[in-house]
Design a binder for this molecule. Structure first.
Ligand code: PLP
Length: 437
C-alpha cells in the first residue's frame, strides 16, 4: 500500500475532520487532531441522530405524554444496546448511566466500600488518577508493579494476591494505557483475580473505543465483573459514561447521590429505594447523551471493532517506524510486532520542553497533541525515572517547570499523510529548536 496516499476510509464519518484553522502566521490549514485519547469528535451519525431525536425529546420516566413515553423507552432500550456491545450478561448485569468513566469508578468505589473494614484494592502503577484516587480514601490500596518498559507485571499481580491472602476485594486495571497505549491481558488478569476470590474492574476508557471488548467469554474465570467507559472518547461527546456490573452489587445499600428517580416510596420516616439501575441514577438523566452513545455504538458495530483495531494498528506501526528514525527522539512505549496496543505514542525530543514541542506543532502546523502527565502522574514519574526526592521538590516549587511527555493518539479517521506531516515537523523542530514559536 502507498501509505502516503492512503486516506482513512472512515474520515467522512466524523464531524470536522477537514476543518480549517488559523496558524500562528494567520494562514489557514486543515486541523490535525492527534489528541483522541482525551476526547474524539462526534460521528456524523451521532449528530444526525441527536437532531432527529430532538423532535421527539421529552422528560423521561414519569411523563404521560407520547413523547415522554417514546423517550423513556429509547433510554431504557439503550441499556440492552450497551450490554450487547461489550457482551455483558443481559440477566445478571445492569447498565448505569453516569457522566464519564471518572464518575463510574467513583460510584463503584462508594458502593463497594465497607465502612471501617479496610479490605484491599489492587490497583496498578499504570492507572489514570480516575482509577486510583477514588479507591484511596475508602480502602487499603496496593499497586501492581510495571516493568522497565512500563508493562504490567502479571507475576507481581499474583504475588500481591497471595500476599493479601484472600483479602483483595477488587483488582482494578486499565484495559489500555492512556500513556503508553499498552493493552493489558484483561482476561488473564480476571482469571488470576477470580482464583484468589477477588473481582475485577476494567477501566475501559481507552480500550472500548478501539478494541472489541467481551465481558463474558466462555470460560467463567475470564469474565469481567465491572466495566467503565466514556462516550466522549468514542465519538459521542454529549456527557455520558457507563458503569456495567452485576445487579447484585447495587441491590443493597444506598447510592452516593440520592434524590429524584431513586426512590419508590418516601415518607419522612422511611424510604423504599428503586431497584438498580434506577436507584443509582439520581436526578434527571442525560437522555441526549444516551441517544448519542447508542448512535455511536451502532456505527462502531457496523464498521466492526476488529476492522477499527486493524486500521489503527497500521497507523500506529507506521507512526512508530517514522518517529523512531527521528534523531534525538525518545519513545516511551515499545511493543513487538503483533503485540496488542492502541494508537497512543508517548515521546520527548532531546533538549526541548514537552510543552514547547506541542505549542510549535499547534502554532506552525495545526497539529493538536497533548503534553504533561495526562492525569497519570505516578506512571509518568516511573517512565521518566523521577525520584521521590525530585517529586518533593516539585511539591514545594509550584512554579517550577514540570517534567512531562508529548502524546499523540489516533482515532479511526486519522491518516498516514497526517503522520508524515507530524514527522516532518518534529524533524524541523529538532534541527532548528530556536527558530519556531
Ligand atoms: N481512565 C483512563 C485510562 C483515561 O484515559 C481517562 C481519561 O483520559 C479516564 C479514565 C477518565 O475518563 P473521563 O475523563 O471520561 O472520566
Amino acid at each position: 500500500m502507498n501509505y502516503k496516499l492512503a486516506r482513512s476510509n472512515y474520515r467522512n464519518l466524523v464531524v470536522g475532520a477537514d476543518t480549517k484553522i488559523p496558524l500562528h502566521n494567520g494562514q489557514l490549514t486543515t486541523a490535525i487532531n492527534f489528541d483522541n485519547a482525551a476526547s474524539t469528535p462526534p460521528f456524523v451519525s451521532v449528530t444526525e441522530e441527536i437532531a432527529k431525536f430532538s423532535t421527539m425529546y421529552s422528560s423521561i420516566h414519569r411523563g404521560t405524554g407520547y413523547k415522554s413515553q417514546y423517550s423513556s423507552q429509547l433510554f431504557e432500550d439503550a441499556r440492552s444496546v450497551v450490554l450487547k456491545f461489550v457482551n455483558a450478561d443481559p440477566v445478571q448485569d445492569t447498565v448505569i448511566f453516569v457522566k464519564n468513566t471518572t464518575e463510574a469508578i467513583n460510584k463503584l468505589s462508594y458502593r463497594l466500600w465497607e465502612g471501617k473494614k479496610k479490605s484491599v484494592i489492587l490497583s496498578t502503577w499504570m492507572e489514570h488518577h480516575s482509577n486510583d484516587l477514588p479507591w484511596r480514601n475508602k480502602f487499603q490500596v496496593d499497586y501492581v508493579q510495571t516493568d522497565l518498559s512500563g508493562k504490567l507485571s502479571i507475576e507481581d499481580l499474583e504475588s500481591k494476591l497471595i500476599k493479601h491472602k484472600g483479602n483483595v476485594k477488587l483488582v482494578t486495571v486499565t484495559g489500555a494505557s492512556n500513556v503508553t497505549g499498552y493493552v493489558n491481558p484483561i482476561h488473564k488478569i480476571a482469571e488470576l483475580a477470580h482464583r484468589y476470590r477477588a473481582k475485577i474492574l476494567v477501566d475501559g476508557a481507552q480500550l472500548v473505543p478501539h478494541n472489541p471488548v467481551n465481558m463474558k467469554p466462555k470460560n467463567p474465570l475470564h469474565h469481567i465483573d465491572y466495566l467503565a467507559f466514556s462516550a466522549h472518547k468514542m465519538y459521542a461527546p454529549f456527557g455520558t459514561g457507563v458503569l456495567i456490573g452485576p445487579k447484585e452489587t447495587f441491590k443493597h445499600g444506598i447510592s452516593e447521590f440520592v434524590g429524584g428517580g431513586t426512590a419508590e416510596t418516601v415518607t419522612h420516616d422511611w424510604v423504599v429505594w428503586e431497584k438498580p439501575p434506577h436507584k443509582e441514577e439520581a436526578g434527571s438523566p442525560n437522555v441526549m447523551g444516551v441517544v448519542a452513545l447508542v448512535a455511536a455504538i451502532k456505527t462502531l458495530t457496523a464498521l466492526g471493532m476488529h476492522n477499527i483495531d486493524h486500521y489503527e494498528n497500521q497507523l500506529t506501526n507506521y507512526a512508530n517506524s517514522k518517529l523512531q528514525s527521528i534523531p534525538g527522539i525518545t519513545l516511551y512505549s515499545q511493543t513487538a510486532i503483533g503485540e496488542p496496543r492502541i494508537g497512543v505514542i508517548p515521546f520527548n525530543l532531546k533538549g526541548i520542553a514537552h510543552e514547547r514541542v506541542a505549542t510549535i506543532l499547534s502554532n506552525q502546523a495545526g497539529i493538536a497533541v497533548r503534553t504533561g502527565c495526562f492525569c497519570t502522574q505516578p506512571y509518568i514519574q516511573r517512565l521518566l525515572s523521577i525520584s521521590p526526592k525530585q517529586m518533593e521538590f516539585y511539591r514545594k516549587s509550584v512554579d517550577a517547570p514540570r517534567p512531562g511527555i508529548v502524546r499523540v493518539s489516533f482515532g479511526l479517521y486519522n491518516d498516514f499523510a497526517e503522520i508524515d506531516l507530524l514527522t516532518q515537523w518534529l524533524e524541523r523542530i529538532i534541527k532548528h529548536p530556536t527558530t519556531y514559536i
